[in-house]
Design a binder for this molecule. Structure first.
Ligand code: ADE
Ligand code: ZN
Length: 347
């Protein structure tokens, strides 16, 4: 990466909103190793942070999902879950993330014995403690793990029956190829009717047709990744016209082999087409990155300076599900930071 040390510092201090990050995928190797040590002998996940990093060398998207499931399996008690979320909150705060919509997939935890009430109590307690300890506001996106039938039904049920205070949206992740987004239309319709926002993954490793499905069948307001939209000019026009934001996670796409290299990432073409985008980290330690690094990658791909990266931060606030007051407060923080830290002469 060739961005200047000044721009790197500017990004590090810039107040930011993170809209696409998964709770399991955001856990630091230190916390994952600590959890693995609790279950040594009963897990293939290494109990040493350096070995955890090596464990995260993905052959392809399917291999990534298999490794991911092994880390999910380390969360067996309320304390495991609380420790992970509180740690993720601290790591986000350390990158000046002031607001994050954390994608959390309840279903595998329910399968491993958490009762829905208990699950929601633990994550809500951790969310409040993160805000009290670090000042970072967390909100939840409850994510269907890409499987129609009971896993999708259970995700919708816990969302609507428990309706924790921090919940703002319903998501859809996991495997995508061959899993039509349309299977999940009734779930998203019910979520919308209950006032939740809709943010499915789509067009990450599949084609633009899946993005159309997410828009038409699920009422997607933002789309996780959506990078394959670049193949369909009519879709690009639709995304631009209807201001449907793509949550772009550049390094993730290289690590899961969704794109061959950063240099070939479609981010510049999407921006060129007028599509609203945000920059996000997805599963940062799993991909050897963090949000600041993703901003640096975007700055390089889009040839941005301080003003450009501040605009990326503003775009994330605008596309977030924060209320109007929260948005104004965070935008004002960004403006104040820019005014105090810009290296460019005023005027
Ligand atoms: N779960 C965690 N990360 C994911 C990704 N990049 N795509 C789909 N599901 C996921
Ligand atoms: Zn994701």
């Amino acid at each position: 990466m060739v961005i200047s040390p000044e721009l790197t510092r500017f990004i590090a201090g810039l107040p930011k909103a993170e809209l696409h990050v998964h709770h399991i995928g955001a856990a630091s190797p230190r916390i994952v190793a600590e959890l693995a040590a609790r279950y040594e002998g009963a897990t293939a996940v290494p109990a040493d942070p350096a070995l955890v990093e090596a464990f995260y060398d993905f052959r392809d998207f399917a291999h990534f999902l298999r490794v991911y499931a092994q880390v999910v399996d380390l969360l067996r008690t309320p304390e495991d879950l609380w420790t992970l979320i509180h740690g993720v909150g601290g790591d986000l705060a350390a990158q000046r993330v002031r607001y994050a919509e954390l994608t959390i997939t309840p279903q595998p935890h329910l399968t491993r014995g958490f009762a829905p009430e208990e699950f929601c109590e633990v994550i809500e307690d951790a969310r409040r403690r993160v805000e009290a300890d670090y000042g970072t506001i967390l909100r939840w996106c409850f994510d269907i793990p890409g499987v129609p039938g009971p896993p999708a039904d259970q995700t919708l049920s816990i969302a609507l029956d428990q309706r924790p205070d921090g919940l703002v949206s319903l998501g859809l992740g996991g495997p995508e190829a061959g899993v039509s987004r349309s299977h999940f239309a009734p779930h998203f319709a019910a979520a919308r009717a209950a006032g939740l926002h809709c943010v499915p993954h789509s067009g990450e490793v599949t084609d633009a047709g899946y993005v159309w499905q997410a828009i038409r069948d699920l009422g997607a307001e933002r789309i996780g990744h959506g990078i394959r939209s670049v193949e369909d000019p009519a879709l690009l026009e639709h995304l631009a016209e209807h201001r449907i934001t793509l949550e772009i996670c550049p390094t993730s796409n290289v690590c899961t082999r969704a794109v061959p290299s950063l240099a070939e990432h479609p981010l510049p073409a999407l921006v060129e087409a007028g599509v609203p985008i945000t920059v996000n980290s997805d599963d940062p330690p799993m991909f050897g990155t963090d949000l600041n690094r993703e901003y640096a990658v975007a700055a390089e791909l889009l040839s941005l300076g301080e003003k450009g990266v501040a605009d990326l931060a503003r775009a994330a606030v605008e596309a977030s599900f924060l209320g109007a007051e929260g948005k104004s407060a965070l935008l004002a923080e960004i403006d104040a930071y820019v005014a105090q830290n810009s290296s460019a002469p005023p005027g």
